[in-house]
Design a protein around this ligand. Structure first.
Ligand code: AMP
Length: 397
């Protein structure tokens, strides 16, 4: 691969895989353009060099071929606006005559948006012929879609073989994601604390196991903490519990001990008499929750202990909320963790936040600019931290 920022794209047609999978309302208006904005620096650099940009993306999960609902044409006007009024051409097919013809007539400074890749089932199947057809559109291939880097699809990975190594690039977004993820996983300065929360142990087992070989401390919060509490012999009332994961929880605790990794579970919890924003609440030790009550957030003692661990850390990875942060009564713990991470970052630590719900939490509480890096790739980032090789990264390299 070549380094994107060192390359001059003058006169080149850059075929960029972006992740423009944005939510649209029933009038086909974009309700959150974060993913589009994330690709802008990459596109602008190529245009500024005097290059041409051809964008390919998926949108939603179309089941049977082209449909209005999943057409990328709804993004044209907003894309041009984000690019300061640049000409955005559109091809109503991502391969075929019209796409090739339009691409062949492009002039420097112009952008061509191709129709939804997933209108072809070949995309997700990683079909080689389809990938080759796509590859004919550009002189160089740029992968800037971290969100789909864990998929070996035609446009995200298979296409790589049709470009020589020096014509394959990570875009700026992807480069940022890969650099921060590699820093945390492979060259983390110690102490390294991983904060894992969210609803289910089963979703996070692989990531915890991989982190046992790397982190010095693992903080476990959210609904998944109660499976661990019960596994240790605690009483958890009606809190979330995955009965079939109790033995896994015990194994994780034992492995951590053997590897000298400190696992921090919430000493106390904010408990509620029902899963409801208006529930009655109280505070209880997390291992002595009364029958009929459930833990929906970490308690004040846990907040203090977690904050201390976080503030001592040089590297911090955060995935998953500490409680039901969508409800006001149960968001204090998640906010406290976000605050501690912001303070540690301010003091020079490196912090990476990733995974859908922790990202919405930092956005919701206004901490986005106070952490070192917010990853946009939920599933991709999880798989990366589970220790898997991501096809979208391997293909470029
Ligand atoms: P995940 O997608 O696994 O990261 O889980 C995120 C979800 O877990 C959020 O919607 C939270 O509301 C939920 N959650 C966090 N803590 C708890 C808890 N103690 N009980 C039930 N749900 C929780």
């Amino acid at each position: 691969m070549s380094k994107f920022s060192d390359y001059n794209f003058n006169g080149q047609k850059a075929l960029i895989r972006v992740d423009f999978n944005v939510p649209l309302n029933e009038k086909f208006e974009i309700t959150d353009d974060t993913r589009m904005r994330a690709a802008v620096p990459t596109i602008k650099k190529i245009l500024a060099d005097g290059g041409m940009v051809i964008l390919m993306s998926h949108l939603g999960r179309p089941k049977e071929g082209p449909t209005e609902k999943y057409s990328l044409k709804h993004l044209i006007a907003h894309l041009s606006e984000l690019l300061g009024g640049a000409t955005v051409l559109f091809a109503n097919d991502c391969i075929g005559e019209q796409a090739y013809l339009t691409a062949s007539m492009m002039r420097p400074g112009e952008v061509l948006l191709l129709e939804n890749l997933r209108f072809y089932k070949e995309e997700e199947k990683g079909n080689e012929e389809f990938a080759e057809k796509l590859s004919k559109l550009g002189d160089v291939w740029v992968n800037d879609a971290f969100g789909t880097a864990h998929r070996a699809h035609a446009s995200t990975a298979v296409i790589a073989k049709f470009f020589p190594a020096e014509k394959r690039f990570f875009g700026l977004l992807m480069e940022g994601e890969v650099t921060s993820a590699e820093k945390v996983l492979h060259s983390a300065e110690k102490p390294f604390t991983a904060i894992i929360g969210g609803a289910k142990v089963s979703d996070k087992i692989l990531i915890i196991e991989n982190l046992l070989d790397r982190a010095t401390d693992i903080i476990i919060g959210g609904g998944m903490a109660y499976t661990f509490m019960k596994a240790r012999g605690g009483k958890i009332g009606n809190s979330l519990c995955e009965e079939d994961r109790l033995s896994t929880a015990v194994e994780i605790l034992e492995k951590a001990k053997a590897k000298n990794v400190s696992i921090h579970l919430p000493e106390d919890s904010v408990i509620a008499d029902k899963f409801d924003a208006e529930a009655n609440t109280n505070v209880s030790p997390s291992d002595a929750i009364p029958d009929g009550w459930m833990g929906l957030d970490i308690g004040p003692k846990a907040e203090g202990i977690f904050a201390e661990v976080i503030k001592k850390s040089k590297t911090i990875l955060w995935n998953g909320p500490m409680g039901v942060f969508e409800m006001e009564k149960f968001q204090k713990g998640t906010k406290a963790v976000a605050t501690a991470i912001a303070e540690a970052t301010q003091a020079g630590s490196f912090s990476l936040v990733g995974g859908g719900d922790s990202v919405s939490a930092v956005n919701k509480f206004g901490f986005t600019d106070k952490v070192s890096y917010v990853s946009t790739g939920g599933g991709a980032m999880l798989e990366y931290f589970e220790g898997k090789e991501l096809p979208g990264i391997a293909a470029v390299k």
